[in-house]
Write a protein that binds this ligand. Structure first.
Ligand SMILES: Cc1cc2nc3c(=O)[nH]c(=O)nc-3n(C[C@H](O)[C@H](O)[C@H](O)COP(=O)(O)OP(=O)(O)OC[C@H]3O[C@@H](n4cnc5c(N)ncnc54)[C@H](O)[C@@H]3O)c2cc1C
Ligand code: SF4
Length: 495
């Protein structure tokens, strides 16, 4: 640390977002371009180099945070990039998308605002690309072993990059027409511009990873056939089987799943469509579900020009500050967080019925009401207590002619037949069963990411990809020097 008193003299300053009125007019990232680098060395200097850095453990990748904070505070960007890439294949993704459990575990956060670790990570990643510190790293020699990775989300991409660099010949199979999994067609452009994804894919191609898009394993190519063609298979197909809302009126027109809606908006940004056939423009939108997917729907509907947008969250509004008795440091606390989309909704007052931002908390949907044409027109809800019991007299009706269901995902989608063709064992909740070494019940077949862990985060997906690569490398060669940051049963640091 260049300044040992940095944490006492420099206040926390985050990467500034563009003004709301400006940013909702476009799909670009919400941040002010170029505003991060000028502030970041001073911010990195706030790191106390505390000796026992809990941020290491809080980050599933085990990112070497104090080390790169020190290097950034000294403006040694090349070394900082090397230390960051030693533990994270795609820091420009996590630097934009991660909810940063590391910051909740930062020792400074015991009694002060945490170091802006996620921003530092993003700055190192972006600067590394700018300076040409991230060249392709093809292997010196090939092992003669072949691996098929099924699914090109962050798990599949991380696994493929690690295995390719270890000398194996890797082909990634992807059923969509473009690569990236939920980072491509789920997460909106305003959270992460897809150019970051394209740049990494170019690097991976140059390293030798092969990609087969528009190929659903199980449907377009038999899973058993792949097993005979490759020495090992990694199933990284995600957990995209969405949860339903079984209430009266669900069958009405105008009620859609979030993941029916978001991919179309992403396709507009990709230039495939001029406008989305499922646009929220001019509609009274209600989003059922209080999580990140719902927030992504919110930001998208605002940009499409919705007449109003409300988001329903079944949980009570959390406190602004960590409750040490319930969520003690260094766990990731349940606190009120204002995402960029919520900030937009608040400033634009998109929700006539809600306070503060577009969210109505402790709200449970009872039924939908439609018109004579079968089009949804309103949503009836009730306030619930902590045990989800309705509060007497709290029923109310919201105008709703466009409803988005963002209720989470139950496990991998089985429609393509991959799981059944391979005969993979499943957990009671629908995820793929694996042992302590990421191996499924079928020899040579490994499972990783959301498909096996359940719905999670990009940082966990990358950690899964790195760990399964180490397991596959060991299976193919008898030993491995690849890092395995997590085991299959590791879980986030929460109470
Ligand atoms: C809308 C939304 C927003 C999110 N926002 C964030 C965020 O901001 N930050 C964050 O950390 N996490 C976020 N997440 C969660 C995060 O995106 C996932 O945890 C992560 O992408 C999981 O990675 P994965 O590689 O395991 O699966 P996925 O990203 O789901 O990728 C799986 C891939 O496998 C492909 N596939 C499936 N079956 C087959 C088959 N039979 N043959 C070939 N290919 C197949 C799919 O098409 C897909 O491309 C979000 C999730 C959603 C839905
Ligand atoms: S990947 Fe996430 S948890 Fe890890 S250092 Fe980056 S922001 Fe923090």
């Amino acid at each position: 640390m260049a300044d040992p008193k940095g944490f006492m003299t420099t206040p926390r300053q985050e990467w500034a977002r563009r003004p709301v009125a400006e940013r909702v007019q476009d799909w670009d990232e919400v941040y002010v371009p170029g505003a991060l680098l000028p502030i970041i060395s001073k911010q990195a200097d706030r790191c106390m180099d505390c000796g026992i850095p809990f941020c290491h453990d809080a980050c599933p990748l085990g990112n070497l945070i104090p080390e790169w904070n020190d290097l950034v505070s000294r403006e040694d960007w090349r070394a900082a990039g090397d230390r960051l890439h030693a533990t994270n294949n795609f820091p420009e993704f996590t630097g934009r998308l991660c909810p940063a459990p590391c910051e909740a575990g930062c020792v400074l956060a015991i009694n002060q605002p945490a170091v802006t670790i996620k921003n530092v990570e993003c700055a190192i990643a972006d600067r590394s690309w700018q300076e040409g510190f991230v060249p392709p790293r093809p292997p010196d020699r090939l092992s003669g072993r072949t691996v098929a990775v099924i699914g090109s989300g962050p798990t599949g991409l991380a696994a493929a990059q690690q295995l390719t660099r270890a000398g194996h010949t890797v082909a990634v199979y992807e059923k969509d027409d473009r690569l990236g999994g939920l980072m491509r067609y789920g997460i909106p452009e305003f959270k992460m511009e897809k150019r970051h994804l394209e740049r990494r894919l170019k690097q991976m191609r140059a390293e030798g990873t092969k990609f087969r898009t528009s190929t659903a394993v199980g449907r377009d190519v038999g899973a058993a056939e792949l097993r005979t063609r490759y020495d090992a298979l990694v199933v990284a197909t995600g957990a995209t089987a969405w949860r339903e809302l079984g209430v009266p009126g669900r069958e009405l027109a105008g009620i859609h799943q979030a993941m029916e809606y978001l991919p179309l908006a992403n396709r507009v940004c990709e230039g495939d469509l001029e406008t989305s056939p499922m646009s929220a423009a001019g509609r009274h939108v209600v989003i059922v579900g209080g999580g990140d997917t719902g927030a992504d729907c919110l930001g998208t509907a605002v940009r499409e020009g919705a007449a109003s947008v409300t988001q329903l969250d079944i949980y009570a509004q959390p406190d602004a500050e960590r409750d040490e008795d319930i969520d003690p440091w260094p766990t990731y606390p349940k606190v009120y967080r204002l995402s960029a989309a919520h900030e937009e909704a608040r400033d634009l007052e998109t929700a006539p019925e809600a306070h503060a931002d577009a969210r109505l908390f402790a709200a449970s949907t009872l039924h939908f009401v439609g018109d004579a044409d079968g089009q949804v027109r309103s949503l009836h809800l009730v306030e619930v207590d902590a045990l989800r019991r309705p509060v007497a007299g709290s029923g109310r009706t919201l105008p709703a002619d466009f409803v988005l269901l963002a209720l989470g995902f139950s496990g991998p989608d089985r429609e393509d037949g991959l799981i059944d063709q391979l005969g993979l064992g499943l957990e009671p909740r629908g995820t793929i069963t694996r042992d302590g070494g990421f191996a499924t019940n079928v020899p040579g077949v490994f499972a990783a990411g959301d498909a096996a862990r359940g719905q999670s985060l990009i940082v966990w997906a990358i950690a899964e990809g790195r760990a399964v690569a180490a397991a596959v490398d060991r299976y193919l060669t008898g030993s491995s020097r690849l890092p395995a940051p997590i085991g299959p049963y590791d879980r986030p640091m929460v109470v």
